[in-house]
Design a protein around this ligand. Structure first.
Ligand code: UDP
Ligand code: MG
Length: 340
């Protein structure tokens, strides 16, 4: 599982540049979003600490590297567990958001806090706290960093452990997204390495409908992938409800692509052509004196056209809704306390 050369969409120069000075040993922050993870945290935290210790021992990261657990407004004991971890081991930092803002915003809060001051992290890795993405990939990500890459995407080569439904819906979604013109890395979720300078670039994206998998390839910088085999969740249940998943899917398309609007416009064009054809037919029948005015065809078209209009209006509404949200420039999250 060597990092493969990978041309990320639009990244321009994807290959590592040899003219740069050799990357220095980074102060690494591993950012893990946690939402109602009281069952998983006590299992994950020691593993993450052990990993950090071994990376420090191998001289791959500096000794003041840290873990940052982001509590995304959990309603269970997650925050008290994080506070305890912080007391026991200064390597464990915590960030407490004032309410649940969702996976994407929680990751963003963690990454931005991790690099907020120059003496903070030189690089961040985001990983779900259920550790479904294997920790063994992290040394490979650092390898890629030492080879001059700024962004390393964890790509799921096998989703055997996901349920059939999850795998099927996720993979079809990635394909559909590509059809809609959204450039993403296939089968990459939010397990990712980024250097400080990329995170600072990411900060410039002010949007509130966050879909990081779509934004990060747009930033560019030398990027590569490492392959991972996704494991099963060991404790707790998925925090991604169907509602949250659908919302992410909608954001993933409508935040990056206006193709759905064009499709509706094309459909409108086809309907106009059909209407003209029917008009000609009616005219000919009238001239022949054999005009049969069928109730069924009339009522059918009323429903059909009415339905299409509703879809179109709804879709336009979706974009208008986004504009509405974005123009407010509301803060993405609020930090209640920061243990570091
Ligand atoms: N998560 C979060 N806020 C949310 C939902 C999820 O911070 O509103 C976190 C969750 O604690 C986990 C990660 O996002 O660390 C991914 O969630 P999960 O593993 O439940 O999703 P799945 O792997 O089932 O897609
Ligand atoms: Mg998971």
């Amino acid at each position: 599982m060597k990092p493969s050369d990978h041309t990320s969409p639009d990244s321009g120069r994807a290959a590592a540049t040899s003219d740069r000075t050799a990357p220095r040993v980074p102060k690494l922050a591993i950012v893990a979003p946690c939402y109602n993870e009281q069952d998983m945290l006590p299992i994950s935290a020691p593993r993450l600490v052990a990993l950090m210790d071994s990376l420090i021992a191998d001289g791959l990261i500096t000794s003041d590297s840290f873990l940052l657990f982001v509590n995304d407004g959990s309603r269970d004991a997650t925050w008290s567990i994080i506070s305890r971890l912080h007391e026991e081991n200064p390597m464990c930092h915590g960030l407490d958001l004032s309410r649940n803002v969702g996976h994407q915003n929680a990751i963003m809060a963690g990454m931005l806090s991790a690099v907020e001051a120059p003496e903070m992290a030189d690089a961040v890795i985001t990983i779900d706290v259920d550790l479904q993405d294997p920790l063994e990939c992290i040394p490979e990500m650092l390898d890629a960093y030492y080879n001059g890459y700024d962004v390393v995407y964890g790509v799921r080569s096998s989703r055997e452990s996901d349920s059939f439904m999850k795998r099927y819906t996720a993979e079809s979604f990635y394909k559909f997204q590509a059809t809609m013109g959204v450039k993403t890395i296939f089968n990459h979720a939010d397990f990712r390495f980024m250097t400080r300078r990329v995170v600072l670039e990411l900060e410039k994206y002010g949007e509130r409908n966050l879909y990081l998998r779509g934004i990060i390839p747009m930033i560019g910088f030398p990027s590569t992938t490492v392959e991972e085999v996704r494991a099963e969740r060991e404790a707790g249940t998925t925090k991604y409800t169907l509602r949250k998943m659908l919302r992410l899917a909608f954001d993933g398309i409508t935040s990056f692509s206006v193709t759905p609007i064009y499709c509706i416009m094309a459909l409108g064009g086809i309907f106009v052509l059909i209407a003209i054809a029917i008009g000609i037919y009616v005219l000919i029948s009238l001239l022949n004196g054999s005009a049969v005015h069928g109730w069924s065809s009339l009522i059918l078209s009323v429903w059909f056209v009415g339905g299409t209009i509703l879809i179109a209006v709804g879709l336009v509404g979706l974009y208008v809704g986004k504009v509405y949200i974005e123009t407010k420039h509301r803060p993405r999250y609020h930090i209640q306390s920061h243990l570091h």
